[in-house]
Structures are given as C-alpha cells and as structure tokens.
Design a protein around this ligand. Sequence first.
Ligand SMILES: Cc1ncc(COP(=O)(O)O)c(C=O)c1O
Length: 430
Amino acid sequence: MDSLEQLIALDRQHVWHPYAAMPNPLPVFPVRAAKGVRIELEDGRSLIDGISSWWTCIHGYNHPRLNQAAHAQIEKMSHVMFGGLTHRPAIHLAKKLIDITPDPLQHVFFSDSGSVAVEVAMKMAVQYWHNRGETHKNRFLTIRSGYHGDTFAAMSACDPVNGMHHLFSGLLTEQYFADAPQTRFGEVWQERDIESFETLLKENNNNIAAAIFEPIVQNAGGVRFYHPEYVRRASELCKQHNVLLILDEIATGFGRSGKLFACEYANVSPDIMCVGKALSGGFMSLAATLATTHISETFSSGEAGVFMHGPTFMGNPLACAVALENLNLLESYDWQSTVATIESHLKTALKPCHNLKAVKDVRVLGAIGAVELHNPVNMAVVQPQFVERGVWLRPFGRLIYTMPPYIIEPDELQAITSAIYDVVSGLETN
Ligand SMILES: Cc1ncc(COP(=O)(O)O)c(C=O)c1O
C-alpha cells in the first residue's frame, strides 16, 4: 500500500490536473470519499463543497436515489453502443429533456461532455446550412466574455483574451465577437448594448451559421449576470437575419439561475440548446445537444444524408439512468424555493464583502454568488486558506464564487459565506 506521501508524490510527478502546470503544479488535496455536500480528504479533514464539483452535483454526492439508479442499471448493462441499438435509459432521458426544455426542441443528441455538446451544436448548425445548399454559412457570432469549452470549435467561441486565442492562432476558426453585454440583470435596459451584435449580424449574416452564447449568465468568463432583453433582442435579430440561435445552458441549466433554464428569463427558445454539468447529477460525464424539427428535418435530404457525428460512448446507459433519476429528483421537491432561499442567503451574507478594500463587486443570481476582487487571486495562498476553514471553493482570475449543491443546509452555506468574507478580508490591495 502506498503511503499518503507516496500517493501525492506519484500524482505530482505523473498526473496532469485541469489548467495545471507540469512540472511543479500547485498542490492538490487527495480525496477519499464524498457524501452529501461534504468532501472527505485522505487526511481526515471534511470540506463543505461550495461549488458542487464544478456545478454538477446539485443534489450532493453519494445520493441514495442516484446510487440506487446506478446499481439497478449496472445489473442490466453499464454500456452498449448506440449505433444501431437503443435502450430505455436514453429514450426516457431524451423524453424528459424534451418535456422540460422549450417546446420547439424535439430532438436530442447525447454526448460525453459540455465541450463536445458545443462541438455537436456548432457542427449541426454548419451542416444544417450545408443541407440547404448554403455552404458559405459556416462561421459563428458570439459575445465577448463567453466560455463554451476547451475543444477547438468551442474554444473558437470563447472570449479571445481569456481563452488566449493567440496561442492557437492558425488553428482556431476566427469567429465574430460582439461586445459583452453591459446592462446587468435587474438594471434598466440600455439599447446601445445590442448595437455591436446587430452590426456584426447585419454585415456578416451571409457567412454566419449561428449565434452562440450563454443566456443571462456568463459563468466561466467572469460570473457576469446580464439583462434578459439582450437575449430577446439577439434572438429576434437572428431570426430577422436568417441565422440560427444556439444557447449554451451547460452552466445555467436545471435551476442554477433561478429558472429551470436561463432562457426562460427572456422567454426565448433557441434552435439548438446545449446542456450538461447538472444534468449528470455530478455522477458521471454526460451532456446533450437539443434541436428543433426545423433543424433536424434537413438532414435526411442533405449531401451526407445523416448528421456526421457519433461518439463511442454516446447515450451511455449508466449515465442516462442516473441523469434521469437526478431530473426526477429535481422535480420531486420545490427547487425554486430552495434556490430562492440560497439566493437570499447569498445576497445577505456576501453584502458585507462590498466594504472590503480588496473587493470590486459582489453579485448574486439564483444559487450563484460571486465576489470580484481588484486583483487576481493567488491560488497558492488562497486555496489552502479555504481548506483550513473547512470549505471547498475554487477561485479563478479575480473571482471568488460559490455555486453550492441545492441540498446545502443554512449553517453549511453560512460556513461558506463566512469563509469567503474571512479570506477576502485578509487580502491586501494596493
Ligand atoms: C457554458 C459552458 N459551456 C461549456 C462548458 C464545457 O463543459 P465541459 O467542461 O463539460 O466540457 C462549460 C464548462 O465550464 C461551460 O460553463
């Protein structure tokens, strides 16, 4: 048996972590178990997870109903290929997704991760125009400060500065970037906000297959909450200029913003929608791309006669069975009140952060709370400080944020917001 020190040394030497250096990565914390909202470290410490394992485990870890769904499915089959075969978990999950998303979305393409769901959406949009003989429509309009994943097409639609596009120039398709929306959620709408989107669309719609963006919440691009009118106007403009609309609900979907899907704030229904993260219940990787019949019906008659995509683990039965139970669970209680309670706690408890000199802004929407600092966070310093206080948060850039599991208890949420206040008050500014 390896000692804990040996394990950590092996990890340090051989295992690459997300957005990590190699060699000399920042320290990582070995985990031996997780249950409810708690992550148990190998050294016995217990951490309250304030970010739901990157926004996925909305019902916490080791949930008995999700475990039961997984066990029941394993007894039948954990995987079978999806080409030429089908199964109940995928069929029932697809039906559930169609029932809970905006009505025109009728067709579901399963994939393994959010980034792939975005790749699928972008490819679907390009192939749709190809099917219709409009092969020149193969670029995308998006908005600055967005994030859509780390694969190449998804990356091409991420914010060019945050996404460090210059590193991959020549490989990344150049897309059209509208200015990021400035009118915040809850403020009075400013008409000039949509101008750059409108101009780009007017001038380039002949080349543009679709507009793609995250509705209402730009999460990884800076936890920015913007005005629903932007989404509504962008949707109208897309229709007017014969461009499809792809909404990326991978971070916002399944209640996180306070609505089941953030596009509901704007009463907008996209042509294509991406979901992932919370869909999976945080259990295993799963994502989906949904499309309207208007999109899907062009595929049989196009040059290829089919949609040119088919991942090996598409529609994995185990992931689908657990995701279905996760959505049944979500429907079984009043999640709107749960999220509203989290929102009101976050608003009250994070408000005092406004008075700290390191803080530039504090923002809350649904079960999302963010404290933006004047300076970038020093992860090597800040991460252990949260661990010492018994909470797990993963700040990035100038942001310390929380997106807790919906099952979190008030005292646990209090522990998170107090830790944020404590750690931020200890930061120096110039
Ligand atoms: C809005 C959005 N789209 C896509 C992705 C990519 O998802 P994944 O990390 O599962 O590939 C993310 C991940 O943070 C996201 O927030």
